[in-house]
Design a protein around this ligand. Structure first.
Ligand code: HEM
Ligand code: HEM
Length: 211
């Protein structure tokens, strides 16, 4: 069997066409907690949209024109919203134990995405080029040298910092988020933990079984 046929068969099995856009969800999904992932995704899309618009027009545009200032502010606030919802998402998934029943990879890909997103935001702050950024570049360089990664990532090299922020890391992040969503869609959402024995009301007339 050739590689294409094998990929086709695996996709058909793991993500059948009918299940691509499901119109029915398990009952436990009707809770606010399940919207944090989608809200993170929304903020991520806004980051890419505003970031690409800034890069296409150049620093003079986002530093001097009114529309440029606005798009820059959208990028800044999207980054705040992104991490706000991301932390809510990963904390709630932690307490719901969503890595259960074969979903460990979904969790691991998510955790890796989080680590890379922190680096991406750090490099974004360094791309500003103002005194705040310069201070963090010089201080951060010592920390990166101490970690032994200074030879690969030199924070004083603006081309490297900016290049990683606008191209390499976003591309890897898009790939990781895509994989994360594919895993969520192909494995389905984890059912909640079963209720604690002590919390289940006793059956029979006195216990008020199915009231
Ligand atoms: C850019 C970052 C991320 C995006 C866009 C994202 C998006 C999503 C979406 C849309 C879902 C579907 C259901 C829901 O919202 O609860 C989901 C599920 C999940 N996410 Fe994320 N996520 C991200 C990062 C993370 C991180 C950092 C973790 C944990 C370390 C994580 C762990 C999970 C797990 C375990 C599930 C499966 C839930 C289940 O099976 O019930 N995600 N994610
Ligand atoms: C997860 C994705 C991203 C995050 C978390 C992020 C975060 C940030 C942050 C926090 C800043 C500093 C903003 C400020 O303090 O004023 C920044 C700046 C910047 N970002 Fe992003 N960013 C992301 C993706 C992108 C993408 C995809 C592009 C373009 C293709 C981009 C282009 C820029 C540019 C040009 C700046 C410099 C703006 C300035 O001089 O202040 N970003 N980013």
């Amino acid at each position: 069997m050739n590689l294409t046929r094998r990929a086709q068969d695996s996709l058909k099995q793991r993500l059948p066409y009918d299940a691509l856009l499901p119109d029915r969800m398990p009952f436990y999904v009707s809770s606010l907690v399940y919207s944090f992932g989608a809200l993170t995704l929304g903020a991520f899309a806004m980051l890419i949209l505003s970031g690409v618009t800034m890069v296409a027009n150049g620093p003079l545009w986002w530093q001097t024109s009114a529309l440029g200032h606005y798009v820059h502010a959208v990028h800044y606030w999207s980054a705040q919203a992104f991490f706000f919802f991301l932390v809510l998402h990963l904390t709630s998934q932690f307490f719901m134990g969503s890595w259960r029943q074969g979903r460990a990879l979904t969790w691991m890909v998510g955790a890796f995405t989080f680590g890379l997103a922190v680096l991406e935001a750090f490099l974004g702050y360094l791309s500003r080029g103002d005194f705040f950024a310069q201070w963090n570049q010089t201080q951060g360089k010592a920390a990166f040298n101490a970690l032994g990664v200074g030879a690969w990532l030199n924070l004083l090299n603006n081309g490297q910092v900016y290049g990683l922020h606008i191209s390499v890391l976003p591309a890897v992040l898009v790939l990781l988020v895509g994989t994360h969503l594919f895993l969520v869609r192909s494995r389905g959402l984890a059912p909640p933990y079963p209720p604690d024995e002590a919390e289940v009301p006793a059956a029979g007339p006195a216990g008020g079984g199915d009231a």
